[in-house]
Ligand binder design. Structure first.
Ligand code: XMP
Length: 251
């Protein structure tokens, strides 16, 4: 099953569009794995997928702790995304993707800045071969996003456009399984949604701690919302996840 469909089914089954960013919780550095699994087991009824990044990968290791989190997520019927923002030459990118897919990740994130030929093409090929997903960065959630993703540049045909519009067009033409647009910029979600429509779902991080509002992001066109600290650092992660899930469902 294609990753896009896997996510749709998970969303439907869990009645949730929340992707948990399971990042390192600072007070638990001595028992990162068990603390992360504990949060996952508490919030799993309210989420449709798990997203990891190097915050856990570096201390836990791909061959050891991370596999435990992937296996537990799969046991709970949750797809797992590696937010690795692949960004190198094609040969290296393929090896990076192979490693993550071998470890069991269902999708990876990648940076379209490196382009297609000898850039992200091998990653898409590897993902397609294994029925895994590639999610492209289109407009990031942090404050300085416009310095890169918001630049006005010339596209390959010499037409002036914002960088993120070109990236959204690439997400469509490359057949990406998702596009990341910061939930902190609902106007950008709206604009990108006009390009992607239902072809490429929008994933919006930046909800809660970074200031993004879940309802605003969804009504602007976000299909999935990525939430980390507002759940993981909450005194009651389960209640926080449930609150976001409920908010995502009410108009
Ligand atoms: P918080 O704690 O701010 O965590 O809810 C957000 C999570 O999402 C990641 N993140 C991004 N990933 N594009 C991405 O691919 C983005 O624009 C972006 N903004 C945040 C972040 O690493 C954390 O895991």
């Amino acid at each position: 099953m294609r990753f896009k469909q896997l996510m749709e089914e998970s969303k439907e089954r869990k009645q949730s569009n929340i992707v948990l960013a399971l990042d390192a919780v600072p007070s638990t550095t001595n028992n990162l794995l068990s603390a992360s699994l504990k949060i996952l087991r508490k919030v799993h009824p309210y989420i449709c997928a798990v997203k990891l990044n190097r915050q856990l990968l570096l201390p836990l290791g791909l061959q050891r702790g991370i596999r435990g989190i992937i296996e537990e997520s799969h046991r709970l019927d949750l797809p797992v995304i590696m937010d690795c923002k692949i960004n190198d030459i094609g040969y290296t990118n393929r090896v990076i993707a192979e490693n993550y897919f071998d470890a069991g990740f269902d999708a990876v994130t990648a940076n379209p800045f490196v382009g297609w030929e000898d850039g992200l093409k091998p990653v898409f090929e590897e993902a397609k071969r294994r029925n895994r997903g590639v999610i492209l960065l289109v407009y990031m959630s942090h404050k300085a996003s416009r310095e890169g993703y918001g630049q006005i540049v010339y596209d390959e045909h010499g037409k002036k456009k914002p960088q993120y519009v070109i990236f959204a067009e690439k997400a469509l033409s490359w057949g990406a399984d998702g596009a990341v647009v910061g939930g902190t910029y609902p106007e950008k979600i709206r604009e990108v949604y006009e390009i992607l429509r239902d072809e490429v779902p929008i994933y919006s991080p930046g909800i809660g701690t970074q200031g993004g509002d879940i309802k605003t992001a969804i009504s602007a066109g976000a299909e999935y919302v990525i939430i980390g600290r507002a759940i993981t650092l909450s005194e009651n992660p389960e209640a926080a996840a449930k609150k976001f899930r409920d908010a995502s469902q009410t108009p």
